[in-house]
Design a binder for this molecule. Sequence first.
Ligand code: ZN
Ligand code: ZN
Length: 334
Amino acid sequence: MAESNYGHRDKKGHYKPDERISYPAVFVWPLKPIGALKWVFSIPGYFVPWNLFYVLVGLLSWFYFSPPLEAYAQLNIKVFLIAFARNSVLVALYFGAFHYRLYTQRAQDLEFKFNPRWPSEKSKQFMFGNQNIDNIFLTFASGVTIWTGFEIGILWLAANEYVSVINVQENWIYFISMILLVHLWRDLHFYLIHRLVHSEPLYAMAHRIHHKNINPGPWSGLAMHPIEHLFYFSCALLYLLFPFHPAFVMVTLVHAGLSPAPGHAGFDRIRTSKNRTFSSDSYAHYLHHKYFECNYADGILPLDKWFGTFHDGSGEAQERLRHRLKEKNKKAIS
Ligand SMILES: [Zn+2]
Ligand SMILES: [Zn+2]
């Protein structure tokens, strides 16, 4: 179906989906157990498609594309390079696929693109004067390097038995439960660190680099200052507090490392054939890039709703945001 079946464009040509952003019926009161269960197993739902994909890539990364745990016991460059190469290939393939299809081939032109302009290829704001090159440089030089650093550091602790590693066969229920909870933990962690980096001095020092991408593309997803990458990938540290398996860390880091690609696609829906499109689930975070002070969470936990910063894409939400910012400015002046 065409763009006009899902949304409309305003006078300036910006695309707005007609459907309001909403949360699944999980964290609601009174409880809706049937609605919650339906959402967990529906398509799209909690697992399918995104969550399941990241879980599978994380498990494959650990069981087929990593050295054995013992190899992590020494901090040697060879293990780092193997992990760095694997993570780089994942990022290049995944981010590259979204970028190639949407921005190089321009396979659907501006259809479903939120911002009617293409990202600028000449802008003094960005390193090398180019948003895309700036984004790719930060992604690999800082993002994938720090991601790999967390992997090596945490698995070094496990390999040296500073934490005890569980056996999957003996603890398979625990293993599966922890893997399935990764997505929830990532949502909570992202919200917390995101609020933190929006406060000074972290915003000026670090997070403003990510926010230069007002018209984001897939490569904007991991385009962050190294300080922000340190906070962002620290989600993997949680597993040191629990009975541990390396796959927990791999799935969490893969989730953190890859999910920003569709989340910053810049397109509400992605066309796969003449009659088929799928949602990139990126409108809430697109609004965060556009208006800064809303939608700090990016996922399924209704934290913005609870803390009064939710923007569902409607005119009323826009009015609430305007009012909130006006009050904030008044307070700052007085
Ligand atoms: Zn972002
Ligand atoms: Zn932000």
